[in-house]
Design a protein around this ligand. Structure first.
Ligand SMILES: Cc1cc2nc3c(=O)[nH]c(=O)nc-3n(C[C@H](O)[C@H](O)[C@H](O)COP(=O)(O)O)c2cc1C
Length: 179
């Protein structure tokens, strides 16, 4: 039994000007997530960006994905170097997230922003004080609209005890247990 809406109806909805972006953003803001930093090294600089699009994709082989705005120089740094790392941030690292999501921060290296990193096995950079990290070589990448979906094969990972930084409805949050 097919449940897909007719193509013409779907096209009409997506073509409605102004509505789609607003509704899309409002709905997406209701998705609570952890906060990660994707980083890659190229030409002696560490380019990094705050992301919430991290997903664990596959266990065997171990794969993860992130979606990065295709115009970002980080995307070409990942493609050229062939590797990248995703650091999952702790609750007390909201300043790192803010610095690496500020407009134009995608052009700057972490060094110039004063953010301490340590080289991972692949040569990508891990944010000091991480909650966990995934060190990856590129498995694949695809265009997804204006973003690039990067699939990474995890060749190194580590985790520590701590509290995650959370992001919901445009603001940072921390975890609270339910009774
Ligand atoms: C919590 C949070 C999550 C974000 N997630 C993503 C993401 O998954 N992919 C992405 O491309 N940008 C994401 N952004 C936006 C980028 O971090 C930000 O636009 C970019 O680093 C700004 O640099 P630029 O102006 O050089 O592009 C996120 C921002 C925040 C605050």
């Amino acid at each position: 039994m097919e449940h897909n809406p007719p193509t013409t109806r779907r096209a009409a909805v997506l073509d409605t000007p102004g509505i789609e972006t607003f509704e899309f953003r409002s709905a997406a803001r209701r998705f609570a997530s952890g906060v990660g930093v994707v980083a890659a090294r190229w030409e002696n600089r560490t380019l990094a960006k705050t992301v919430s699009s991290f997903t664990s994709v596959s266990l065997n082989p171990p794969l993860i994905s992130v979606c990065i705005g295709s115009a970002s120089p980080l995307v070409s740094a990942i493609h050229r170097s062939g590797c990248f790392a995703v650091s999952i941030l702790q609750a007390n690292q909201h300043h790192v997230s803010a610095a690496l999501s500020a407009a134009g921060s995608g052009q700057a290296g972490t060094e110039s922003l004063g953010i301490a990193t340590t080289p991972s096995r692949t040569g990508a950079a891990v944010i000091d004080g991480y909650l966990s990290y995934f060190d990856c070589s590129i498995e694949n990448s695809f265009q997804g609209g204006d973003h690039t979906i990067v699939i990474g094969r995890v060749i190194g990972a580590d985790s520590t005890d701590g509290q995650p930084l959370l992001y919901f409805d445009g603001g940072y949050r921390s975890l609270r247990s339910l009774p």
